[in-house]
Design a protein around this ligand. Structure first.
Ligand code: NAD
Length: 414
């Protein structure tokens, strides 16, 4: 693994190879006195996951955890695997990996009642509500394979002394690249999508595209949240010679970090958005950010601004955004996160357009699940599980909720 710098002076572990420099031995497993059930809710990768083993975050490839334990001479219980070895070694690791997560008959709700460890991914969130936490009597650890643990009721996790860890930093570059791509190409400033669609249709009318295409140079870009992703977005925008780069965050960037990208902090959100041509959302979803971008805040956006949200769908009010795009108050909205995932077929964000028929850059939740990111968060999730099994201290940057308290400062001002 290697350590890369964090704008706030912390460190980010990014795994470039297997995290198991010292793999677990059978003995360590026995000492760990393991007797636990691991429940993993992942998305079905179907044909693609069978063809592409690097699609690790799928029910088929199971974050590589099955392979890992088998390499160490252990077998899982569950899925018809041989249990003899576990019984011989007094090890019981019951494992359920499933994508079924909605409703009382889902695997998620059936198995959460006696699971000790829950592994989920933001890309196919198993929503762990307060009510489910109250039923989950054995639950001690929730691991988010990725970044963003808002699908877990974190306040209830604090109350029930359930720890919540994520693989901090694992996909922050992946998302920052997607944000910059969205600002530039996909929908927004360059009006790329309608241009490409015109070509596929067999048409050619340059003026229809150029009437709504601009340079990023000379524009004002602001980020709501300047943590690992927000800061990386600002870093990547530096060469575009924007007029100014602004940020809104209750935690100011260290002076040297702000100076190196030329970022200016604006303490009032309305004031910041009123100056921006492009606003990008890069803060977690919590009580203080749910519905933050609503009709009221949108009124303060410049007419014709572009909005990119790869943080969490519910930070933006779905209908307020659709209305603002339809009226042309927003020129474009782009992102990969939705208030409910998977998004219903008739979700207004799938098809909403600006008055010129463009401005929609919505995609499924995939910016942080590139194959490179999957390698890192699968390795990180295994590392968290390994630490838990052998009682080793967890990487502090990964701990969102520790025993009975928030450890991360990113989930609101407390
Ligand atoms: P981070 O913890 O490094 O940074 C979050 C920043 O947001 C912090 O600086 C925090 O102070 C700030 N913040 C919190 N509440 C705020 C508020 N009310 N107003 C302004 N700023 C606020 O997290 P990160 O790694 O940069 O990730 C940010 C979020 O991006 C995650 O929580 C997750 O929801 C989302 N994410 C999405 C994907 C994806 O695939 N689309 C992948 C990774 C992360």
């Amino acid at each position: 693994s290697c350590i890369s710098s964090d704008p706030r002076g912390g460190s980010i572990i990014s795994f470039t190879s297997s995290p198991f420099s010292k793999p677990l031995t059978t003995l360590e497993f026995l000492h760990a006195d393991t007797n636990m059930k691991v429940l993993a809710i992942l998305y079905d990768g179907k044909e693609a996951a069978l063809q592409e083993p690097r699609l690790l975050g799928t029910t088929e490839n199971k974050l590589g955890i099955a392979d890992w334990l088998q390499k160490e001479g252990h077998e899982f219980i569950g899925d018809g695997l041989d249990t003899t070895l576990c019984v011989q070694h007094s090890i019981y690791i019951g494992r359920q990996v499933s994508s079924s997560k909605e409703g009382p008959d889902s695997d998620f709700q059936k198995h959460i009642v006696d699971a000790e460890v829950l592994i989920t991914t933001p890309f196919h969130p198993g929503y762990l509500t307060k009510e489910l936490i109250e039923k989950a009597k054995n639950l001690k650890l929730c691991i988010t394979a990725g970044v963003g643990s808002d699908h877990i009721d974190l306040n209830a996790a604090v109350d029930h002394k359930i720890q919540v860890l994520e693989v901090s930093g694992s996909n922050v570059v992946s998302v920052a690249e997607h944000v910059v791509m969205s600002i530039l190409l996909q929908v927004l400033v360059r009006n790329f999508m309608p241009a490409h669609e015109m070509i596929e249709r067999g048409d050619w009318q340059v003026s229809d595209i150029a009437r709504n295409a601009f340079d990023l140079e000379g524009k004002v870009v602001g980020t709501i949240g300047a943590g690992r992703i927000g800061y990386r977005v600002l870093q990547r925008l530096v060469p575009f010679d924007c007029k100014s780069l602004l940020y809104y965050d209750y935690a100011p960037l260290p002076a040297a970090a702000a100076q190196s990208v030329g970022a200016v902090r604006v303490e009032d959100l309305k004031e910041m958005v009123s100056q921006c041509d492009v606003v990008t959302v890069n803060c977690p979803l919590h009580e203080g950010t749910r519905g933050l971008v609503n009709d009221e805040l949108l009124k303060h956006f410049k007419k014709g601004a572009w909005l990119v949200n790869t943080a969490r769908g519910a930070i933006c009010d779905k209908d307020a955004v659709a209305r603002a795009l339809k009226s042309g108050h927003l020129s474009g909205y782009s992102g990969d996160v939705w208030n409910v995932q998977p998004a219903p077929k008739d979700h207004v964000w799938r098809t909403m357009k600006n008055p010129l028929g463009g401005g929609n850059g919505m995609v499924p939740h995939y910016s942080g699940t590139t194959l490179d990111a999957q390698a890192r968060y699968a390795a990180g999730a295994k590392s968290i599980l390994e630490n838990y099994l052998i009682g080793k201290a967890q990487e502090p940057a990964n701990i969102i909720v520790g025993l009975g308290k928030y450890e991360s400062k990113a989930y609101g001002q407390r």
